[in-house]
Design a protein around this ligand. Structure first.
Ligand SMILES: C[S@@+](CC[C@H](N)C(=O)[O-])C[C@H]1O[C@@H](n2cnc3c(N)ncnc32)[C@H](O)[C@@H]1O
Length: 189
């Protein structure tokens, strides 16, 4: 059973992505989000799913989950152990309709391995440049811990300045739970 903030993100993807799209999970972790993305975009010989994570265990877990969930589409799934600031060679020829970020650390693992403000901002700047028209970026933030709060604050500051003629940016927070995950959604016109 997914919690409310994840359902919100998943419904956003489901309403704006379609079968055949190429999408990127920038922080694939255990592959749960990637599986939802795969169920939206992967179809016979069409749709591509790229997944990145810096942890070897995350790459193994995501590959296992996706190959079991989508055995017929394995040649449309690409899972790499790579930082999401170093992905340009892999993605440069792709027409990318969605970038998905779920920040923070992998649940039940080493909390020292966590997304960092500077690399997250750099990665999202790159994603904004690579995103196709009508594409989307979704970013789940975790302000309940100090690094996560800094990351959320830095993202909101940066995203408030991006072109208003090209991008629409929204920020969802649960107003009676200040430490609950928050969702930033971006749509390119
Ligand atoms: C909240 S978890 C992601 C959960 C995942 N989306 C899922 O469905 O299981 C955050 C992940 O970001 C990864 N991560 C941290 N820094 C990263 C970076 N610079 N590039 C790519 N992944 C990174 C962590 O290793 C961790 O697995």
């Amino acid at each position: 059973m997914y919690s409310a903030h994840l359902l919100l993100a998943h419904n956003f993807w489901k309403s704006l992505l379609k079968p055949g799209d190429t999408v990127v999970d920038a922080t694939c972790g255990n592959g749960q989000d990637a599986q939802v993305l795969g169920s939206i975009v992967l179809t016979e010989n069409c749709g591509r799913l790229f997944c990145f994570d810096i942890q070897e265990a995350a790459v193994h877990a995501t590959k296992k989950r996706l190959y079991e969930a989508f055995p017929s589409f394995q040649n449309q799934i690409f899972v790499k152990q790579e930082c999401h600031t170093k992905w340009s060679t892999t993605l440069e020829k792709e027409n990318i309709k969605g970038f998905i970020y779920n920040l923070g650390w992998l649940p039940n693992s080493d909390k020292a391995i966590v997304t960092q403000v500077e690399s997250t901002l750099e990665s999202i700047q790159q994603a904004l440049k690579m995103l196709s028209n009508q594409g989307i970026i979704s970013i789940m933030c975790y302000p309940g811990h100090p690094e996560g709060k800094n990351e959320r604050d830095a993202l909101l500051k940066m995203l408030a300045t991006i072109s208003k003629s090209t991008f629409l940016v929204s920020h969802h927070q649960w107003i009676n739970r200040s430490t609950h995950p928050e969702l930033i959604l971006i749509r390119k016109s």
